[in-house]
Design a protein. Structure first.
Length: 177
């Protein structure tokens, strides 16, 4: 389920990006060359790779529901749902076409070519491969840093408050004498 909510957010973002591009010079239907550049960028960055799990996930859920309803027919259900999923898999190309349109409306051909050039370069490929690892390690470093900052800020604030209260207490004692 979490996979679908993530995909829903991605689809919503794609719609928003496409809508934002509607008012620009790129709002017209993109040229075949522009779509070709968009497809190359999508392939280079793996923009639609997460969508590969949609159909198998849905097929698995449907099989599970049908098998729970009629467990005696599990082999038949599995065979039929798998066969239907294979037939529907051809519709994946429509999603790729929509992705290409979104990218073509969001980026100029020059930008698409530059993005593709970077992500097909050794540095770009390394970023795609190691970027998630670096992000995870960076998040861990930020968590450690935040823990230290929290500890230090809490101690410094408590010490300063205690000093201010002690000074106020000393002032009150001096006034009472």
């Amino acid at each position: 389920m979490m996979q679908f909510s993530k995909l829903g957010r991605l689809a919503a973002a794609a719609i928003v990006v496409a809508g934002l591009g509607a008012g620009s010079a790129l709002a017209d239907d993109p040229s075949p060359e522009h779509i070709k550049a968009a497809r190359a960028t999508i392939a280079a960055v793996g923009a639609t790779a997460n969508f590969d799990t949609i159909l198998p996930t849905i097929a698995g859920q449907i099989k599970q529901q049908l098998i729970q309803a009629t467990p005696n027919f599990e082999p038949t259900i599995t065979e039929i749902v798998d066969a239907q999923a294979i037939e529907i898999a051809a519709r994946r190309a429509a999603l790729e076409q929509e992705a290409a349109k979104v990218y073509a409306q969001s980026f100029s051909m020059e930008e698409l070519n530059a993005i593709t050039a970077f992500y097909t370069s050794p540095a770009g490929k390394k970023l795609l491969e190691n970027g998630p690892i670096a992000q995870r390690e960076l998040a861990q470093a930020a968590d450690l840093w935040a823990t230290g900052i929290s500890r230090d800020l809490s101690k410094a604030s408590t010490d300063a408050i205690n000093a201010a209260l002690a000074a106020q207490d000393d002032k009150n004692k001096a006034q009472q004498q």
